[in-house]
Design a binder for this molecule. Structure first.
Ligand code: FEO
Length: 135
């Protein structure tokens, strides 16, 4: 069973962003499956790198719209993105050096962070973006 199930409670009502969130959910599920299946470290490292790259692309998309529409809660939201990026990069460095392992706890952190972030701060910009014509 997938670690995260996509459902409407995760929708921010903006198609482009929902698609990106669905991809992030899919990548976390793939990483979890790979870990549980005991895939080799090279596969896991590649998946972690892809996840970090895609998260960066996604954060840039949201932040582009924050700037474009002068979203009032941008600063705190960008800080959440930056904090997550730093934590996951630190984890990646430790994982690649062999000092940190991928674990159920790490997967739980990724899964909880994404779902809490989407349901908390991401969903707040939905109505604001919709008012600006972004759907
Ligand atoms: Fe969808 Fe703010 O990340």
């Amino acid at each position: 069973m997938a670690l995260i199930q996509w459902n409407d409670s995760l929708s921010v009502n903006v198609k482009e962003i929902d698609r990106q969130h669905q991809r992030l959910v899919g990548m976390i599920n793939e990483l979890n499956d790979a870990m549980r299946q005991g895939k080799g470290n090279e596969v896991l490292k590649k998946t972690v790198r892809e996840l970090i790259q895609y998260a960066a692309t996604h954060f840039r998309t949201e932040e582009k719209y924050f700037d474009q529409f002068q979203y009032p809660d941008a600063a705190g939201h960008k800080k959440e993105h930056a904090d997550f990026t730093r934590k996951v990069s630190d984890f990646k460095d430790g994982f690649e050096k062999g000092t940190l392992g991928l674990s159920i706890q790490v997967m739980g952190f990724l899964s909880d962070w994404l779902q809490n972030h989407i349901k908390g701060v991401d969903k707040k910009y939905g109505p604001f973006f919709n008012e600006k014509g972004l759907r």
